[in-house]
Write a protein of this length. Sequence first.
Length: 227
Amino acid sequence: MTAGYRRCLSTLIAHTKWVHYFSIYEKWFSPYRGKEIVFVEIGVQNGGSIQMWRDYFGKNAKIVGVDIEAACKQFEDADNNIFIEIGSQDDPEFWHAFKQKYPRVDILLDDGGHMSNQQITTFREMFPHIKDGGLYMCEDCHASYWKPYGGGVHKPDSFIEFTKKLVDELNAFHTGDELKPTYNTLNMGGIHFYDSIVVVEKKQIPFAPFNLRIGKDAAIAPFPDVL
Ligand SMILES: C[S@@+](CC[C@H](N)C(=O)[O-])C[C@H]1O[C@@H](n2cnc3c(N)ncnc32)[C@H](O)[C@@H]1O
């Protein structure tokens, strides 16, 4: 059992998380513990995970929950730096107002409606808003394969297929003129796939990648010019 899992078990309100998520949270979120960050989670439900994040990140972190259910507002606790915004994650107007209210977001975790169109709209609206050096995490991506969620293997409009195309954007500089570098090309430090979770690192790429040739050519196997 990871330290993160043990810490999360101490939360008071019942909520459900897939057990293998905790080591992924720990790997990516632990550098931010105790820091003055803004952490956004989509999907508040009974307030269980909001309480867990409050405990995990410490009192310097601002925790912002987003949910479509107005009743979730009851979990707002400004004295404890917990804020709840009511709106739908597939509504760009909602995100427009959200970004004005929260000009800085360090980490966004999408645990909302799990429909691919919701996850894709949220990524498009919010990835550009994540602070340089921050993180975008979407969980329960298995819904991309689940029929009740409109999913299926290689379903072209699923969130997982959307993130596979991000891999091409990440490598756009190496495609000749086939793919033009996009905002995402210039702002993704890496994409990490786990069972049901995708993590995208927000990192400015200030110039096209290049390599340095060092050392002497070997007589038998000269370095290929193409690299
Ligand atoms: C899996 S629950 C969240 C659980 C919570 N993160 C926890 O671990 O305790 C999903 C939540 O997403 C909310 N939701 C569903 N559709 C949404 C949408 N379009 N926009 C925002 N929230 C949505 C639901 O109301 C529900 O509370």
